[in-house]
Design a binder for this molecule. Sequence first.
Ligand SMILES: [Cu+2]
Length: 355
Amino acid sequence: MKRIGWAIALAAAAMTPLAAAAPQATAPAANTTAPANDTAPAAPGIPMVAPTPDIGEPTPGGIAIQPQVTELGREAQSFHNNWLLLLCGLISALVLALLVWTLIRFNRKANPTPSRTSHNTAIEVVWTLVPVLILVGIAIPSIGLLRKQYSPPPADLTVKVIGNQWYWTYQYPDNGGFEIVANMLKEKDQVKAGERYRTDADGPKLLAVDERIVIPQGKIVKFIVTSNDVIHSFAVPAFWTKIDANPGRLNETWVKVDRPGVYFGQCSELCGARHGFMPIAVQVVPPAEFAQWVASKGGTMPGAKPAATPDSTAASPVTEAAVPAAGGAPQPAVAPGAAPATAQPATNQAATAQN
Ligand SMILES: [Cu+2]
């Protein structure tokens, strides 16, 4: 048994550095070549929004729920602050008062001959009914909130979120199926010369990423959440959103954010050694700016005419490396600002291979 234990430990030690290096290897080339200065845009094509202190990010020393920027979030926050906390406070105060009263009134000195009462119908009815009423008072608003959370209105945009050890990939199936890969930005002293590092405009330490999810303001955005390896959890506190990313399953959540800005979240399921280093950053922009960003990623807006492609092979941004089968075919031109090779949906790659 001891030998097996050692073998497992050795195997784990050998695999961890490889796995840890993987996200860097699969990250798009654009990430490593991005200029290391303060103006490096997180989302090329649109201006990068610097975070507003205390909104969409944790407050130092804060204990309250983050300010909510979705209607659902505000409703849930109000339910928590104005009803649940109030109930908790009242119950705690009542229990404490009963304890103190018992200690003073019924101690041995104050009450030398205790009552031998064992049943009292009135008290028994009260202590059964009151907790039932409290639970009903919690359940009714709770169920309403859950119903709104899990029966989303028709979506204006779908984003597929995929958890990986230890980074996130995001696909935009409604916009041509391009994909972006988000890795955490390292600090200045952790990167080689010329590599991109985190600045305050990117966001707080351990929360800033090289590629933000960009979504339009005021639109219903559906997130389809899954994983490539282990269970992760997609969580953005300012949206009141947290949902597990399970391998082989699709979970669904939705948001409608009414305030433009940048909002940070983290993987919220222990998923391995670098679980703490796979943050999430969402930039909410006006719809026109969203279309501009989609175009900069080589995507299209629904209903918009795709760019003229006289030769589909030449126009495909899929690089030789991504399609080894293309072999002797001429190197396809990469459209300016096009999504990286890994961004191509499987359908495009299959089409190229058939050509
Ligand atoms: Cu994770």
